[in-house]
Design a protein around this ligand. Structure first.
Ligand code: NAD
Length: 418
C-alpha cells in the first residue's frame, strides 16, 4: 500500500506476515489485517502567538474495531507521517488483543516540533485537531490517549473540545486525563511501571538478578522516567539516561529522583545534570549494560548498531524501537528482547481501567489499579513465555502470534460484510 509506505509500516507488515505464516493464517483474514480500516488526514490551522496562522498536518488511523472501539495515543513529533501512524495503529491492535482488552487499535499524531510551540499555541493546535477528528472519535468509537510529545494537559484540552461540541461532558472520549476530569490513579505511571512488572517476571523466569543490574534508558519522558525510577527501586543501577537534548552517565548509578527534579526545572531535559558526566546521545545505546531500555523513538536499534550493542536484554518501552534486521542480529547474539507490544502495554491497560471507571462514574483506589495492572502484565508475560517455549519462537513472535490470532479469530467469528 503506497499510502502507508514508510520504514515503520514495513516493519509492522513484515512482523504481521511472519506471524501469519507461523499461524498458517487464512489468506483472507491475513489480507484484511494488512490494511488499516480507516485513515484520516486533517489540516490543522493554528493561530500562533505572533498572530500568523500555521497549518499543521494531523492524522488518525483506525486499524481495526473488531473487538471493540479503537484505542491509541496521539503523537506530536516532527517525524510523524501517515505511514508511521498506521504502523503504530497496527501495533495497538495486537497489543490490546494480547492484553485481553476489548479494543481495536488506532493512533494519531501531528507533524510538529512541540517543544517550539508555546502552551497557548499547543492548546490552539490541539483543540483544532480534536474538532477535525471529532466525527470519528468517542467513547464507543475511538479513544485517544497521550503518546510522545503529548500529556495529561493535551488530553484535558481534547476532552474539553469534544465535550463542547457534544454539549455535555464526555469523560470517556480520551484517557490519561487529569484526575479531577475523570482520570485514573496511576495512569501516568502505568507504562513504565507495567514494563518493570514484565521485567521482574522475566528475571524470575530466566534466572536474572535485578539487584545490581546495570541499566541504560533512552528517553526520560513519561515512560522512561517512571521505568528508570522503578528499575532503581528494584535495586538496579541506572548508569546512563539520554533524551532529545543529550545524555548523562554515572558509573555508580544516577540518582533518578534528582535527575527527574533537574529535568522538571529544565523543560524536561536531562542535559546539564550535575550528578553525572555529559555524553552524546549517539553513544548512549552502545554503553555496556545488562538492560537496555529504549523509551523514546522507533527504529533506534538497527542493522547498523545491533551488532555493537552490549547488553543482556532489551526492555522495549518505546513502540517499534527495533528494526526487523536488528531483531535478527539480536536473536543471533542471544540478547533477550522483551517486546514492545508486551512490555509497554501497561499504559493501555490502565487506560482501559480509566475508561471503565469513567463509564461507571466510580473511581478505584491506587492499590486496586496497581494490583490489577500487575496481574494482567504477569498473565500476559506467562502466556507469551509458554507459547515462545512451545513453538520455539522469540518472545516478540509469541506476543504477535497471541495478538494477531485473537483479532483474526474475532474477524472470523464476525464474518465478512456484506
Ligand atoms: P514523552 O514525550 O513523555 O517523552 C519522550 C522522551 O523521548 C523525552 O525524554 C524526549 O526528550 C525523548 N526523545 C525524543 N526524541 C529523542 C531522540 N531523538 N533521542 C533520544 N531521546 C529522544 O513520551 P512518552 O509518553 O514517554 O513515550 C515514549 C515512548 O513510549 C514512545 O515510543 C511511545 O510511543 C511509547 N509509549 C508510550 C506510552 C504512554 O503511555 N505514554 C504507552 C506505550 C508506549
Amino acid at each position: 500500500m503506497r499510502e502507508y509506505d514508510s520504514p515503520m509500516y514495513r516493519t509492522a507488515l513484515a512482523q504481521l506476515d511472519e506471524t501469519a505464516r507461523l499461524l498458517s493464517l487464512d489468506q483472507g483474514l491475513h489480507e484484511r489485517l494488512r490494511h488499516p480500516k480507516r485513515a484520516f488526514i486533517v489540516s490543522v490551522p493554528t493561530q500562533m502567538d505572533d498572530k500568523t496562522t500555521r497549518v499543521f498536518t494531523g492524522y488518525r488511523v483506525q486499524h481495526n474495531l473488531t473487538l471493540g472501539p479503537c484505542k491509541g495515543g496521539v503523537r506530536y513529533h516532527e517525524d510523524v507521517t501517515l505511514g508511521e501512524v498506521a504502523a503504530l495503529a497496527m501495533w495497538m491492535s495486537w497489543k490490546c488483543a494480547l492484553m485481553g482488552l476489548p479494543y481495536g487499535g488506532a493512533k494519531g499524531g501531528i507533524a510538529v516540533r512541540p517543544w517550539e510551540l508555546s502552551a497557548n499555541e499547543l492548546e490552539n493546535m490541539t483543540r483544532r485537531y480534536t474538532s477535525e477528528i471529532a466525527p470519528f472519535i468517542g467513547p464507543d468509537m475511538d479513544i485517544p490517549a497521550p503518546d510522545l510529545g503529548t500529556d495529561e494537559q493535551t488530553m484535558a484540552w481534547m476532552m474539553d473540545t469534544y465535550s463542547i461540541l457534544r454539549g455535555y461532558t464526555v469523560h470517556g472520549v480520551v484517557t490519561s486525563k487529569p484526575l479531577l476530569l475523570g482520570g485514573s490513579l496511576l495512569r501516568r505511571e502505568a507504562t513504565g511501571r507495567g514494563a518493570v512488572y514484565v521485567f521482574e517476571r522475566a528475571c524470575r523466569a530466566f534466572g536474572w538478578e535485578p539487584s545490581g543490574m546495570r541499566a541504560v534508558v533512552q528517553g526520560f519522558g513519561n515512560v522512561g522516567s517512571v521505568a528508570a525510577e522503578a528499575l532503581a527501586a528494584l535495586g538496579a543501577k541506572v548508569v546512563a539516561v539520554g533524551d532529545r537534548t543529550g545524555a548523562v552517565r554515572n558509573e555508580k548509578g544516577l540518582d533518578i529522583p534528582a535527575l527527574a527534579a533537574h529535568a522538571q526545572e529544565n523543560g524536561g531535559a536531562v542535559k546539564g545534570f550535575p550528578g553525572g558526566e555529559g555524553m552524546s546521545g549517539d553513544e548512549l545505546l552502545l554503553q555496556p549494560c545488562d538492560l537496555l531500555v529504549p523509551a523514546a523513538l522507533g527504529h533506534v536499534v538497527t542493522a547498523e548498531n545491533a551488532g555493537r550493542i552490549s547488553c543482556r536484554a532489551l526492555l522495549e518501552c518505546a513502540n517499534g524501537p527495533t528494526s526487523p534486521e536488528a531483531d535478527a542480529i539480536l536473536g543471533e547474539r542471544r540478547i533477550a528482547v522483551l517486546p514492545d507490544i508486551l512490555a509497554n502495554a501497561g499504559g493501555v491497560t490502565v487506560s482501559y481501567f480509566e475508561w471503565v471507571q469513567d463509564t461507571e462514574h466510580y473511581f478505584w483506589e491506587a492499590e486496586e489499579v496497581d494490583s490489577r495492572l500487575r496481574k494482567i502484565m504477569t498473565r500476559a508475560f506467562e502466556e507469551v513465555r509458554a507459547l515462545a517455549e512451545a513453538k520455539k519462537v522469540s518472545l516478540r513472535l509469541a506476543s504477535l502470534m497471541l495478538g494477531v490470532s485473537r483479532v483474526a479469530e474475532g474477524k472470523r467469528l464476525r464474518g465478512l460484510y456484506p
